[in-house]
Design a protein around this ligand. Structure first.
Ligand code: ZN
Ligand code: FE
Ligand code: FE
Ligand code: ZN
Length: 267
């Protein structure tokens, strides 16, 4: 069974279910390894501008970390890791570095959810795709993703082609953009996340697409897997499809993390 390294909980304000409920669901699905990756608080904004429906509150972070460290001992047969999903916002790297070294997380997932402050994956802000050139949006997105990898702050790059979420696609060939991004990933030594949330989004396909993933394989980039569950019943959702995609791309192993050290398991 593939590990599910991308679980959210009610702490972030837009997921339902508590930590224990996700673990019950994982055990029932026969999983052997899971990891939480709740949304870090909006560290790049002043406290009064942070949206409690988008991410945990700052004071929640120590509780989150402690709760997972404690609960993992009550789950025999299930390896439970503590990670974090972290927004990359250029200019805030220094502040972020301080936060991330405060706790011994197992892994840090880096995400790009904002282009110049526009939350492009937020359904209520979808008009942005109509008021801007889609090709330019894609260029900006992948540039930010490359910058995020280069920052050295992250182990894993989340849902690498999230910008396709609502099905807006540029006419131009994406291959050069993919190649440039993946070269940057390779130099930075990051993993790529195969994220099944795309199956539940309007686009209806896994992040990243097969071409992106095949190119990752060509460059020797390790992969992790995640459902991006925002409800306990979504743990491991779409994993048969993820496994098929990985096999087609030539992957026979996935990465697992402990204390930010990587190792591999066969799939
Ligand atoms: Zn979320
Ligand atoms: Fe995300
Ligand atoms: Fe997520
Ligand atoms: Zn996510």
């Amino acid at each position: 069974m593939l590990p599910d390294y991308h679980l959210h909980t009610s702490r972030c304000g837009h997921a339902t279910g508590e930590t224990g409920e996700y673990l019950v669901s994982a055990a029932a699905a026969g999983m052997t390894e899971v990891g939480f990756a709740d949304h870090i608080y909006m560290y790049w904004l002043p406290v009064e501008r942070r949206d409690p429906s988008l991410a945990m509150r700052e004071e929640e972070l120590p509780l989150y970390f402690r709760q997972i460290k404690e609960i993992k001992f009550s789950c025999p047969g299930l390896s439970v890791k503590c990670g974090l999903e972290v927004d990359f916002v250029p200019g805030s790297e220094k502040e972020l570095a301080g936060v991330l070294t405060s706790y011994p997380f197992d892994y840090i997932i880096g995400s790009v959810h904002y282009i110049d402050g526009w939350g492009f994956d937020n359904p209520s802000l979808i008009d942005g795709y109509r008021s801007m050139d889609v090709a330019e949006i894609y260029r900006r997105y992948f540039d930010l993703l490359g910058q995020a990898a280069k920052s050295g702050l992250f182990d894993i790059m989340a849902h690498p082609d999230l910008v396709k979420k609502f099905g807006f696609r540029p006419e131009e060939d994406l291959l050069p953009l993919y190649r440039e991004t993946i070269k940057t990933f390779s130099l930075a030594g990051v993993c790529v996340e195969v994220n099944t949330a795309g199956l539940r989004a309007p686009v209806g396909e896994i992040y990243p697409d097969l071409i992106f993933l095949q190119l990752c394989k060509e460059y020797g980039i390790p992969v992790t897997t995640g459902s991006d569950a925002h409800r306990p019943d979504q743990v491991g959702a779409g994993f048969p499809e993820a496994k098929t995609l990985l096999k087609i791309a030539g992957y026979n192993e996935v990465a697992v993390f402990e204390n930010r050290n990587i190792s591999f398991i066969k799939i």
